[in-house]
Design a protein. Sequence first.
Length: 125
Amino acid sequence: MKRKPARIHFEVMLLGFVAIFVAGCGGGGGGGSSPPATNHSVTLNWNASREGGVNSLGGGYQVSISGQPTIDLPYTSGPTAPTTTSTTLLTGVYTVTVRAYAALDAAGGNTGSLSPGQSITVTVP
């Protein structure tokens, strides 16, 4: 028996960014004592930083999701660096951190800078 895909929406504050998760659940299997592992398509969005260094060459965002590789979203063109990313996660609890980065440090040197970020905990049902 196939389950109907579910849509889940979370809205949270993250580093002054609004993070929105929309998860579409894959179909589940039949009987058994424990539910099957289910993949969820998860999209994360946030408000763009106003910092010039983030929104120019050498800038961008890093998205960390516990147990997953860090996702790097560098600035490529336009008014802002990308402010959305998608991934697939299994049902579970995850810690998510979005950090802005720039090629220049606060003193104008070229050592780069990375915001400390603020972590949030998200449960994917």
